[in-house]
Design a protein around this ligand. Structure first.
Ligand code: NAI
Length: 246
């Protein structure tokens, strides 16, 4: 097992990539805090882990609100005995073309996908420093690297996440904290449920491996980057996209 005795905090752990990451980390021996704004979804994932003889605890989290983040991190640390791994996975979309995008759409996406990543990292870092190190993993996206029609807000947030990842790798490296990002391609989850079939098909055509991704593909990348096998890796953006971009 690759994460024995580690305490992992997974934001947006209630479904999709976050759920698979929580299940994968628990299977590898981590104590997993499943944090989500949807508490019943988080509880269901925690129950699933416990039923499989793993260790998990669901906590309510609104990643965009500092009071909520602070309480969630404290609760997690008290339960787990510290925090070793943070997966900043929670994310939302509110798509519209640039001129039609509303301020609410902009603020909502930047609030969760950018500010939320900073807030969770800010409040988790002291617990990691107290333990002599840790790993922060941020959800970027291939769209941060090449743009995407109708996603000014989302692309701005994900590009910002890449910048913060490199900045924190420099700031936190001396404290033993590694900071890396994963840039998923198109992954089969609720987030892309509304993407038309013909767009998905054209994505497959453009992808050398000729498929879209599964949540497992991303969870496995997080697992590697969280584990000691990646102990000399920090500040990178790992694309997991079947070769869509390189
Ligand atoms: P999803 O929509 O299936 O799940 C997102 C989870 O985040 C949900 O459980 C939701 O309740 C939670 N959440 C939303 N707002 C929150 C908040 N304020 N505080 C705490 N939790 C909150 O999304 P999916 O597809 O699993 O994506 C996960 C991450 O991966 C996101 O950051 C997304 O941007 C990124 N990603 C996904 C891709 C895809 O194709 N599915 C591609 C590239 C990146």
């Amino acid at each position: 097992m690759r994460l024995t005795n580690k305490v992992a905090f997974v934001t947006g752990g209630g479904q999709g990539i976050g759920r698979l990451t929580a299940l994968t980390f628990a299977r590898e021996g981590a104590k997993v805090v499943v944090a989500d704004i949807n508490m019943s979804a988080a509880q269901a994932v925690a129950d699933e882990i416990i039923q499989a003889d793993g260790q998990a605890r669901a906590v309510f989290l609104d990643a965009a609100r500092s009071e909520s983040v602070e309480v969630a991190m404290r609760t997690a640390s008290e339960w787990g005995g510290g925090i070793d791994i943070l997966v900043n996975n929670a994310g939302i979309t509110r798509d519209a073309r640039m001129q039609k995008m509303t301020e609410d759409q902009w603020d909502a996406v930047l609030g969760v996908n950018l500010k939320g990543v900073w807030l969770c990292s800010k409040y988790a870092a002291p617990y990691m420093i107290a333990r002599g190190g840790g790993a922060i993993l941020n959800a970027a996206s291939v769209v941060a690297l090449y743009g995407n029609f109708g996603q000014s807000n989302y692309v701005a947030a994900k590009a910002g996440v890449i910048g913060m990842t490199k900045t924190w790798a420099r700031e936190l490296g001396p404290s033993g904290i590694r900071v890396n990002a994963v840039a998923p391609g198109f992954i089969q989850t609720d987030m892309i449920a509304t993407v038309p079939d013909k767009v998905i098909e054209s994505m497959k055509e453009r992808t050398p491996l000729r498929r879209i991704g599964y949540a497992e593909d991303i969870a496995n990348a997080y697992l590697f980057l969280a584990s000691d096998e990646a102990s000399f890796i920090t500040g990178i953006v790992l694309s997991v996209d079947g070769g869509l971009i390189f």
